[in-house]
Design a protein around this ligand. Structure first.
Ligand SMILES: Cc1cc2nc3c(=O)[nH]c(=O)nc-3n(C[C@H](O)[C@H](O)[C@H](O)COP(=O)(O)OP(=O)(O)OC[C@H]3O[C@@H](n4cnc5c(N)ncnc54)[C@H](O)[C@@H]3O)c2cc1C
Ligand code: FES
Length: 260
């Protein structure tokens, strides 16, 4: 992990208060899909702590990287307001990413809600993938054009203004029923907690492997403050304890490890 100031190359404003923030490198070209960084503006940061963001995209030689955000509070608003040439402090890469499927296992299907889309761009650059993407309305469905052509998107909106009318779990169930998504394919999921909990429960019921990337509050981001503890089934990798630190044991967990 490194902490470094990076110059802002551009900020792409999107609908629904979303944005993509491009920063000048150097970045590691080895960043795994699902890893994250702690971000804060170089000056006028309005809160005490930096905020965790998934790496959205990293250029081949690590000369630039982007982060996909939604302005929902002081930190994400400050990052949305930076200008070209300003500096942003980035501490990362942190945490572990989504694992590659085992030999013979079907390709995972990715399920994203809102900014939960962020960890899946790097994944789709590595493998042809089906992504189910849900949001409240058409304004919330953004950034799909950043994805490579080998990505198959299915969109769901709560109000039916774009794509499937319903939530993204209902969309997933309907695609499985229609045979358009392999019912045995592991599910990789990122989005609001209630959505991930519902997806995890559905997968558990059908015996399908599910991994989730948690968006837990974080303070330090590298394992020293316990501010990101989540309840887990005690296991060796958690030192036998009934809780884990999301920043170092996650943010990606096997959904069966978690006590929702
Ligand atoms: C590993 C990881 C990766 C993330 N990646 C991204 C990303 O790529 N893009 C992105 O936009 N965000 C991402 N987040 C979420 C983002 O870091 C938080 O939402 C952050 O707290 C926003 O900061 P803020 O100062 O703008 O708003 P805050 O003041 O922190 O929060 C604003 C409002 O949102 C609510 N809120 C914030 N975080 C949570 C939460 N975890 N659970 C429930 N309610 C919450 C607060 O209660 C408050 O009402 C990620 C989080 C994690 C842990
Ligand atoms: S955020 Fe400090 S231990 Fe995880």
């Amino acid at each position: 992990m490194q902490t470094r100031l990076h110059k802002v190359l551009r900020v792409e404003g999107l609908t629904g208060a979303s944005y993509v923030l491009w920063l000048e490198g150097p970045f590691s070209a080895e960043i795994a899909p699902g890893q994250f960084a702690m971000l804060r503006t170089g000056s006028d940061w309005p809160v005490l702590l930096p905020r965790p963001f998934s790496y959205f995209d990293v250029s081949a030689a690590g000369t630039a990287a982007s982060f996909f955000g939604k302005a929902i509070g002081p930190g994400t608003r400050a990052l949305a307001a930076v200008r070209v040439g300003d500096e942003v402090s980035v501490s990362g890469p942190l945490g572990g990413g989504f694992p590659a499927p085992a030999d013979g296992e079907p390709e995972p299907v990715c399920i994203a809600g809102g900014v939960g889309l962020a960890p899946f761009l790097l994944w789709t650059k590595q493998r042809a993938t089906t992504v189910l993407y849900g949001g409240a309305n058409r304004e919330a469905i953004v950034a799909m054009e950043s994805f490579p052509g080998q990505t198959t998107f299915h969109v769901a909106t709560d109000d039916g203004s774009l794509g499937f009318h319903g939530n993204v779990l209902e969309l997933y169930r309907s695609l499985v029923a229609a045979g358009e998504v392999d019912q045995r394919a592991p599910v990789y999921c990122c989005g609001p907690d209630p959505m991930m909990e519902a997806v995890a429960a559905d997968c558990a019921e059908r015996g399908v492997a599910c991994r989730v990337s948690l968006e837990t509050y974080m303070a330090c981001g590298y394992g020293v403050c316990n501010g990101c503890s989540v309840a887990v089934e005690p296991a060796e990798r958690f030192g036998g304890k009934p809780w884990a630190r999301c920043c170092i044991h996650g943010p990606v967990f096997d959904a069966a490890e978690l006590k929702w």
